[in-house]
Ligand binder design. Structure first.
Ligand SMILES: Cc1cc2nc3c(=O)[nH]c(=O)nc-3n(C[C@H](O)[C@H](O)[C@H](O)COP(=O)(O)OP(=O)(O)OC[C@H]3O[C@@H](n4cnc5c(N)ncnc54)[C@H](O)[C@@H]3O)c2cc1C
Length: 403
């Protein structure tokens, strides 16, 4: 049996960040990270396409929380304690400069996640944090005021532990033995599979700003839309998949979406089309894209409105104008299944937020049991927000663990 002051279960983003910050605040503590894999930080390595989207250039906590379908309310207080700006400063103090991309995502200037990994490994060495690999935690028990942690071949004890095992179903089972409730995991952040003649020949086309509603629900989003080889993607779809993760799982990923490609009311659009019929009378409809829509998309929507290749604006009858207005402002598409977004598996679900004290990230059921990262029922849309959740939770927990 090995006694430590602090045991961190899980050597991922949250686990390493917590261990280093505990050591900074209290160098006397014996800290050990138990990691089941042969190497730690594997998700950091593959994150952001190998570049690691560390955080997001959003510096107002009230706006930052809007990116978290689960955790919006709970993370507001924590973000007032440790924000994106603190993340940037933390890495800069350790020689890792971050850069901002046009869409607000932040990456190491080196453009490789290895920089983040090297930073963490250097810090663990510097602070003499023990990292034990190939140690899969199998059980967690409290005995005589100490935590007793069993791995496949060792027993560790410590007064304080932090669980940072990410979306691990096995660890959620272990945590249920401590009476914690786990919100069942479902995928978040995915693209929609759609087979439809209107989009089958135009992969790669982007409509810059659309509105999408899942028909029969309140689920709604807006933003860019990308037509792909298998359906639709880009922020408007990803946001729907994240905010609708639970509802869409219940629908077994079979539902209908209504897309407003031009963010215009149907009646206003119809009135505009009637004006165009007069002003562009002699022009061929197909060859005169309107509303800043990409040519190829305009063509598909026009053809879907039973307008012929050579029809001029003046030829259009009432039915055709109405059909085109409908295609532009409320085009229905049947979604049948989902695909992973760039291999970025994000899971909604985890330890019930009601059971965590968000001032400290300590369990409300057990003293000296802390959580950080994806193990709790928090997840975000793509953009660096998932890591920010890991950094914030780990930092705040570290302040209390080190006391
Ligand atoms: C391909 C991909 C790309 C991503 N890109 C980004 C991005 O660019 N930006 C962003 O913000 N988010 C991104 N994410 C999400 C982000 O990686 C996670 O939100 C983040 O890693 C969560 O950190 P964590 O420490 O909670 O969990 P993890 O990083 O998953 O770490 C958990 C660790 O615990 C270990 N573990 C599990 N069970 C046990 C056990 N029983 N005993 C011991 N150890 C155990 C695991 O092996 C793992 O090392 C990406 C995810 C994926 C899959």
């Amino acid at each position: 049996m090995k006694q430590k002051d602090v045991l961190i279960i899980g050597g991922g983003a949250a686990g390493f960040f917590a261990a280093i910050n505990i050591a900074v605040q209290n160098p006397k503590l014996k800290i050990t990270i138990l990691e089941k894999a042969k190497e730690g930080l594997q998700k950091v390595k593959i994150s952001g396409g190998g570049r690691c989207n560390v955080t997001h250039a959003e510096f107002i906590p009230q706006d930052l929380v809007l990116n978290y379908p689960r955790g919006e309310k709970e993370l507001l207080g924590p973000f007032h304690q440790f924000m994106t700006g603190d993340t940037i400063a933390w890495f800069e103090e350790r020689g890792v400069a971050l850069k901002i991309e046009e869409d607000g995502r932040m990456f190491p200037e080196s453009n490789t996640s290895q920089t983040i990994i090297d930073c963490f490994l250097n810090e663990t060495k510097k602070h003499q944090i023990e990292v034990l690999y190939s140690q899969t935690v199998k059980s967690i028990l409290k005995e005589e005021g100490l935590w007793n942690i069993k791995t496949q071949d060792e027993v560790f004890i410590a007064p304080k532990i932090l669980v940072a095992t990410g979306s691990s179903p096995k660890m959620w089972k272990v945590l249920e033995t401590l009476n914690h409730s786990v919100i069942p995991p479902v995928p978040s952040l995915f693209t929609f599979n759609i087979k439809d003649d209107r989009i089958k020949d135009i992969p790669g086309v982007v409509a810059q700003n659309v509105e999408i509603q899942v028909v029969g629900t309140e689920l709604f989003s807006e933003g860019p839309l990308l037509i792909t080889h298998v359906g639709m993607s880009a922020p408007s779809i990803l946001k729907l998949s994240a905010f609708g993760a639970l509802q869409l799982a219940k629908l077994d990923y079979k539902f209908t979406i209504a897309v407003n490609f031009i963010k215009m009311d149907y009646q206003d659009c119809l009135a505009t089309l009637k004006d165009l019929k007069l002003s562009l009378a002699k022009k061929t409809v197909l060859k005169a894209p309107q509303f800043d829509l990409p040519k190829r998309l305009w063509k598909q929507l026009v053809l879907a409105s039973v307008i012929q290749d050579d029809n001029r604006w003046a030829d259009l009858n009432k039915n055709q104008l109405e059909a085109l207005a409908a295609q532009l402002t409320k085009a229905h598409f049947k979604v049948d299944g989902k695909s992973t977004f760039k291999d970025e598996f994000v899971t909604a679900g985890g330890i019930d937020l009601k059971e965590i004290n968000f001032k400290t990230f300590e369990s409300k059921l057990h003293a000296n049991l802390y959580f950080a990262g994806e193990v709790i029922n928090v997840d975000a849309i793509t953009g660096g927000f998932n890591f920010q959740n890991a950094w914030t939770g780990a930092f705040i927990a570290s302040q209390y663990i080190s006391k």
